[in-house]
Design a protein around this ligand. Structure first.
Ligand SMILES: *[C@@H]1O[C@H](CO)[C@@H](O)[C@H](O)[C@H]1NC(C)=O
Ligand SMILES: [Zn+2]
Length: 319
């Protein structure tokens, strides 16, 4: 209960956007708009899709003018599972680092890429978790039998419903939906992702298994550049560990170190779009809780993990 109270410190929330409180999706979107207002020459509020309840899947594009018109795109997906609050929080922390840091490593990280960053790709679910049911994971779509929501990370058109997903709309956690892309969130977001030219890296954030996962989540057979992904992933985790000494498991496929799961976003991106660098980070926490005053601790880890990812991928000739 102490942790839950700390998550929702309303005093901190009243002070404006911060990384010592969790914010609802309206405040997160307002933060993105404020970032855009402050840096309108090189940021853009972008819409990656829409939700069942009519919200936008809003993100921010960060693309500084360096003379390079065709920078590699890095896509960051957070919050697909509603209750994993630390993921939108660390993602906005990372955005703030990119736009405010004077550390030359971070400004170089910002300037090399065309960033598309989405802190909350399941905004209906996140609001429901925020205000009504802390453990809510799914979307909020209504099934014909009256049950609500599908697992948006079991709903993508890759081996749909084969492993680790339920076909029961009343399943609280892993109902895969009535068909691939039955959820408007995954349908619209996948179309947006497919429309991006020069997408070189796709990074998804979850919590709280504390590991780094590689494609494919339902398989122990490895993709052709698996060894590179392991090398990049290890450097990324080493950068992260240097911050707080925290050790993540992996990199490996979910089938190897977590459980087999089909229909996830990362696997679809890799399979359908052939994006070379795809990673899923499982951040830290306890039953999806993480005290708000400690958001910066994981925010700094995530920032360094992404720096390590890019540094090693560059060493291997990806950019
Ligand atoms: C930048 O990165 C290099 C190489 O990892 C590191 O040695 C250096 O301390 C970093 N600089 C700052 C200011 O963090
Ligand atoms: Zn998750």
């Amino acid at each position: 209960f102490r942790i839950i109270n700390e998550e929702k410190l309303s005093l901190n929330r009243k002070l404006g956007f911060s990384w010592t409180a969790y914010h609802d999706v309206n405040d997160i979107y307002k933060y993105l708009e404020d970032v855009n207002k402050a840096h309108s020459d090189w940021t853009e509020v972008i819409v990656g899709g829409e939700s069942y309840e009519g919200r936008k899947i809003q993100g921010i594009r960060i693309n500084t003018p360096t003379g390079d018109e065709n920078k590699p795109v890095i896509f960051i997906e957070s919050g697909i599972h509603a209750r994993e609050w630390i993921t939108p929080a660390t993602t906005t922390y990372f955005i703030n680092q990119l736009v405010t840091s004077n550390n030359p490593n971070i400004t170089a990280l910002r300037d090399q890429f065309d960033w598309r960053i989405f802190p909350s790709v399941n905004p209906d679910g996140y609001q429901f978790s925020y205000y009504s049911d802390r453990m809510w994971r799914k979307t909020r779509s209504l099934s014909p039998n009256g049950c609500i929501g599908a697992d948006p990370n079991r709903n993508w058109d890759y081996n749909w419903l084969k492993h680790g997903a339920s076909n029961n709309p009343c399943d609280y956690q892993t109902y895969g939906g009535s068909k691939p892309f039955s959820e408007v969130e995954t349908k619209t977001l996948s179309a947006y992702i497919a429309s991006i030219e020069n997408l070189q890296a796709y990074v998804a954030f979850h919590s709280d298994a504390q590991m780094l996962l590689l494609p494919y989540s339902d398989s122990t057979t490895h993709v052709d550049n698996y060894d590179d992904l392991v090398t990049v992933g290890k450097t990324s985790l080493n950068y992260g560990r240097a911050v707080n000494g925290k050790v993540y498991r992996g990199p490996a496929t979910a089938a190897e170190i977590l459980y087999k799961a089909s229909g996830g976003s990362m696997d679809w991106v890799r399979d359908a779009l052939g994006t070379p660098l795809v990673f899923t980070y499982e951040l830290r926490g306890t039953y999806f809780h993480w005290p708000a005053y400690r958001i910066p601790e994981q925010g700094e880890e995530v920032t360094q993990m992404l720096l390590g990812l890019v540094t090693e991928a560059k060493n291997l000739g990806y950019f």
